[in-house]
Design a protein around this ligand. Structure first.
Ligand code: NAP
Ligand code: GDP
Length: 323
């Protein structure tokens, strides 16, 4: 029987990467629909219902969310909480009403307890308060897992979730004040090199990294995450969340990331660290042991290569990039 897969948030960073993999794969017996906020406002129940009525999905990948980096979260915890609760409740309710066979929703490693042992694993999501900087986003995301369990217990629905680490790649949101660290730094480094003081020799330019540069992060390339998402939709039959992250050994400091971006841009100037700006969570090291057990041979793209490709995408698509 053929599947109709509806991807909410299909116009964003992760959605575009899934679309690229599917366009290459051209799977028979699967119709994929990638929708954004122009197709439906998912904070609105009637609008969400109209979309489900129009597309009649058999499967849903649920990505749509209010998303942002550390500084956007710090200033908007209420909006992150309310919008994401509304979106998630509407999408899961309509998925139930339209008898969707499987929903894969998206959590994040930044929603785990702030005070915890490392590495974090799938059993620890609800074990304590999240970091203060993003508690709105975190509690809204945690409720997806709770809602999935409740739909499964009461109705037998197969609603599950994945837990990616920090994601980056083409089609990211490069908007200052909103963006995550990689698109944020790409945007600012591009401005430093090409737009600010065009007369000044590049060697004399200074690029400021926010914070101390010491926090640690695991970064997954959107193309790798896209392949894993598609695998989860087709093969993973469990309500329990699964972490989709690079290995613990691939964790890097923000300072290392800055160096990799310097290489990606071939920037000739100097880096400085602005420790007056927030560091956020020091680390959120996640274990991908569960994923590795199920999919031992999965190859992640080399980090520096993925950074180079993302920088090149930004330069080539500067006019249309979200910024
Ligand atoms: P993104 O690029 O900002 O895309 C967000 C998507 O959600 C867009 O397609 C947007 O549609 C849609 N959307 C937002 N509000 C909506 C609304 N009210 N109604 C309908 N659609 C709405 O985000 P992303 O980075 O791809 O994130 C995708 C998922 O991954 C999210 O659930 C996020 O929490 C999760 N995640 C992201 C990261 C990361 O580092 N980026 C890490 C872990 C987990 P329009 O663009 O058309 O407005
Ligand atoms: P997080 O991983 O959820 O904390 O969110 P981000 O992706 O926004 O990463 C935040 C980390 O990167 C913090 O340690 C920031 O101090 C650091 N950082 C350095 N430069 C930037 C920047 O230009 N934008 C952002 N968002 N963070 C930056």
């Amino acid at each position: 029987m053929s599947k109709t897969v509806l991807v909410t948030g299909g116009t964003g960073l992760v959605g575009k990467a899934i679309e690229a993999v599917i366009n290459e794969e051209k799977p028979p017996n699967e119709r994929w629909l990638f929708v954004g906020s122009k197709d439906a406002d998912l904070t609105d129940l009637q609008s969400t219902r109209a979309m489900f009525e129009r597309y009649q999905p058999t499967h849903v990948i649920h990505l749509a969310a209010m998303v942002g980096g550390l500084f956007h979260n710090m200033n908007n915890n209420l909006d992150f909480l309310r919008k994401n609760i509304q979106i998630n409740d509407n999408v899961l309710l309509l998925s139930h009403e339209y008898k969707v066979q499987k929903v894969v929703s998206c959590l994040s490693t930044c929603i785990f307890p702030d005070k915890t042992s490392y590495p974090i694993d799938e059993t620890m999501i609800h074990n304590g308060p999240p970091h203060d900087s993003n508690f709105g986003y975190s509690y809204a995301k945690r409720l997806i897992d709770i809602t999935n369990r409740a739909y499964n217990q009461q109705h037998g629905d197969m609603f599950t979730s994945v837990v990616p680490c920090n994601v980056f790649g083409p089609f990211d949101n490069f908007t200052p004040g909103v963006s995550h660290v990689i698109p944020g730094m790409i945007h600012r480094l591009h401005e430093t090199i090409y737009l600010t003081d065009p007369e000044k020799p590049q060697k004399e330019k200074i690029f400021s990294v926010y914070g101390t540069g010491k926090p640690l992060r695991q970064f997954i390339y959107s193309k790798d995450l896209a392949k894993l998402f598609i695998w989860v939709l087709r093969e993973y039959e469990n309500v329990e969340p699964i972490i989709l992250s690079v290995d613990e050994a691939a964790e890097v400091t923000i300072a290392h990331l800055a160096e990799s971006l310097v290489q990606g841009f071939q920037f000739k100037g100097k880096l400085e660290f602005d420790s007056s700006k927030a560091d956020g969570q020091y680390k959120k090291t996640a274990s991908n042991a569960k994923l590795r057990k199920l999919l031992p041979d999965f190859q992640f793209t080399d980090f520096d290569l993925a950074i180079k490709e993302t920088v090149q995408w930004y330069i080539d698509n500067y006019e249309k990039a979200r910024k």
